[in-house]
Write a protein that binds this ligand. Structure first.
Ligand code: MF3
Ligand code: CO
Length: 278
């Protein structure tokens, strides 16, 4: 045991303080990562930040969304890592490429060609020595409208507004409420059907992290929690639909949609953003 004695500590967040740290029991378990696990999460995040930097360089009109997937998988594997999206619940690719009104989980294909003026959300993740990272960015292809750029900027900034509150002692829904409050004046639709999540030895862990306003406080944040915070914002309605492929989520009114996500570490002070390069 030794170094690993503090691993796999579960926090049952629907339950009183006295249950914290127990492995048994019922309820929703949030893992607290040990120093050793945090180091692995840091490396998983650092490598993913480079994947995103590399993908940004190849985005241009004329490439297929499948080409983006091919490059993404190659880069991830070149680090000796594994793409965590590939085969996740049957998902067929290493990256979700969601264009314009597509919100998330767009499946790359040979026939979907990126066009000048598109906005393209890339969401991908990897596994490094058993630990997952997850991050998304929305890119402009060439010239886009001022409105589209504003949507991208507000979505990104909403993440940063949310995580200002992400520190030990605050509550989970402080993050949700900060995101919602920042976005509200713009009149955009904050997607409610999909949420952020805990992350660690699995891509999706407890807790779920909504991006819209909550009445309750949610669990108390503790150092060692690792969370994927990921606002998904539509220019029009918040409502979404699923395409027949059963993956691709689109804005119900076909308005533009943007996504921004990073894996973060809760500390006593500022959160550490694990999937952003220096
Ligand atoms: N980042 C995505 C999420 O947290 C993961 C997509 S799962 C996949 O929802 F199966 F689409 F890859
Ligand atoms: Co995610």
């Amino acid at each position: 045991m030794g170094d690993f004695a503090d691993e796999g500590v579960f926090l049952f967040w629907n339950f009183p303080e006295y249950m914290i740290g127990r492995k048994e029991g019922i309820g929703m378990a949030v893992t607290i990562k040990s120093e050793r696990e945090i180091e692995l999460m840091r490396e998983a995040g650092r490598l993913l930040s480079i994947v995103h930097e590399e993908l940004e360089k190849i985005i241009r009109p004329g490439i297929s969304t499948k080409y983006i997937d091919k490059v993404c998988e190659e880069i991830i594997r070149s680090y000796g890592c594994t793409p965590n999206f590939l085969h996740y619940q049957g998902y067929p690719a290493s990256v979700c490429v969601s264009v314009n009104e597509e919100v998330v989980h767009g499946i790359p294909t040979e026939t979907h060609i990126i066009q000048e003026g598109d906005i393209v959300s890339l969401d991908t993740g990897l596994i490094y020595k058993g630990y997952h990272s997850d991050a998304a960015r929305t890119h402009a292809v060439g010239q886009i409208s001022a409105e589209a750029q504003k949507l991208i900027d507000v979505t990104k900034q909403s993440f940063f507004e949310g995580i200002k509150l992400a520190k030990a002692g605050n509550h989970l829904y402080d993050i949700s409420n900060a995101i919602a409050a920042y976005v509200a004046p713009y009149g955009y639709g904050i997607v409610r059907d999909l949420v952020g999540h805990g992350i660690g030895t699995r891509l999706h862990e407890e807790p779920q992290i909504p991006n819209f306003a909550q009445r309750r406080k949610g669990l108390k944040l503790q150092p060692g929690m690792t969370l994927a915070v990921e606002p998904m914002i539509n220019m029009g309605t918040a409502d979404v639909e699923w395409l027949d492929d059963d993956w691709t989520v689109i804005a119900a009114d076909h308005s533009l949609s943007a996504h921004y996500e990073n894996t973060i570490l809760i500390t006593e002070g500022e959160p550490e953003i694990l999937t952003l390069g220096k």
